[in-house]
Design a protein around this ligand. Structure first.
Ligand code: IPD
Ligand code: CA
Ligand code: CA
Length: 269
């Protein structure tokens, strides 16, 4: 295992233990309201701190972009390495003891995603990938499904929940997929949605308006498992736009066609 992936896995497990430990005492947690339907608990912050401390112990000069603390400035000049962290993806689920949440950690080298881990502490599932080396679930290689047609496909998605600018476009895509697939799931952790495409539990995933920390690790893991990962116009700028479409290569075209019919003009550029 690459040393950076090893440290990412250790940090994700440590954060996962902290999250599980608090799952039984949700009622006693301090919860802040970041914005409409956007909550952060002391667990998100503690988990993030654990991850950052572990990274700094081994790689003090690396840059870090973390959901709760933002960008950590590095003493040295510009670092070639950037860690992208979502300490708890699926906070709303966690706060309701709905067991679908994860820790997501990715590492970019010279601007390119190179390593990623997503850890589900409830099921003790560690999804991981290093560019060029394939993707794994725990120690086993994973691949996307072989599903060829939309009508037999099970898709994952995320509903808009605080920014409703593209709600109508999103609902159009959802309406279309509801009628053309075997089913659509909204489980509540985008990182796990991507990991589930990677291991074939779902055949494709799309969501509007995500943040880099929601998708950085999952995008690499899905790619290394054989998925195509793009924004809604087929470009690689999904980390910047936050609009992401992921599917096995056989299904990708059909999903992309459906989405391109439903998105507004400004997202077509
Ligand atoms: C959220 C989850 C959810 C997705 C949201 C994300 P958070 O992350 O990934 O599935 O639909 O867009 O913000 O806030 O729980 O880390
Ligand atoms: Ca998230
Ligand atoms: Ca989060």
């Amino acid at each position: 295992m690459h040393p950076l992936l090893n440290i990412a896995s250790i940090a994700a497990r440590q954060a996962g233990s902290k999250i599980l430990h608090h799952l039984e005492n949700i009622d006693r947690l301090n919860i802040e309201h970041k914005g409409k339907n956007d909550y952060v608990s002391e667990v998100d912050k503690e988990a993030e701190e654990i991850i950052i401390q572990t990274i700094k112990k081994y790689y003090p000069d690396h840059a870090i972009l973390a959901e709760e603390s933002g960008k950590t400035v590095v003493k040295s000049k510009k670092s070639d390495y950037e860690w992208i962290i979502d300490p708890l993806d699926g906070t709303t689920n966690f706060l309701h003891q709905f067991p679908q949440f994860s820790v997501s950690i990715a590492v970019k080298e010279k601007g390119r995603l190179m390593h990623g881990v997503i850890f589900d502490p409830v099921r003790d599932e560690m999804f991981s990938a290093t560019r060029g080396s394939g993707a794994k679930l725990n120690n086993y290689r994973i691949r996307t499904s072989e599903q060829k047609t939309l009508n037999n496909a099970l898709l994952a998605t995320g509903f808009p929940y605080h920014d409703f600018s593209y709600l109508d476009s999103y609902l159009n895509s959802l309406k279309s997929f509801m009628q053309s697939t075997a089913g659509v799931r909204r489980a509540g952790s985008a990182a796990l949605d991507l990991a589930y495409v990677a291991c074939g539990r779902v055949d494709g995933f799309w969501e509007f308006n995500l943040k880099p920390w929601d998708i950085a690790a999952g995008a690499l893991i899905a790619q290394e498992a054989g998925a195509l990962v793009t924004d809604f116009m087929g470009s690689e700028h999904y980390l910047e736009s936050g609009n992401i479409l992921v599917a096995n290569p056989k299904l990708y075209k059909e999903m992309a066609q459906t989405i391109s019919k439903t998105i507004p003009e400004e997202l077509r550029k």
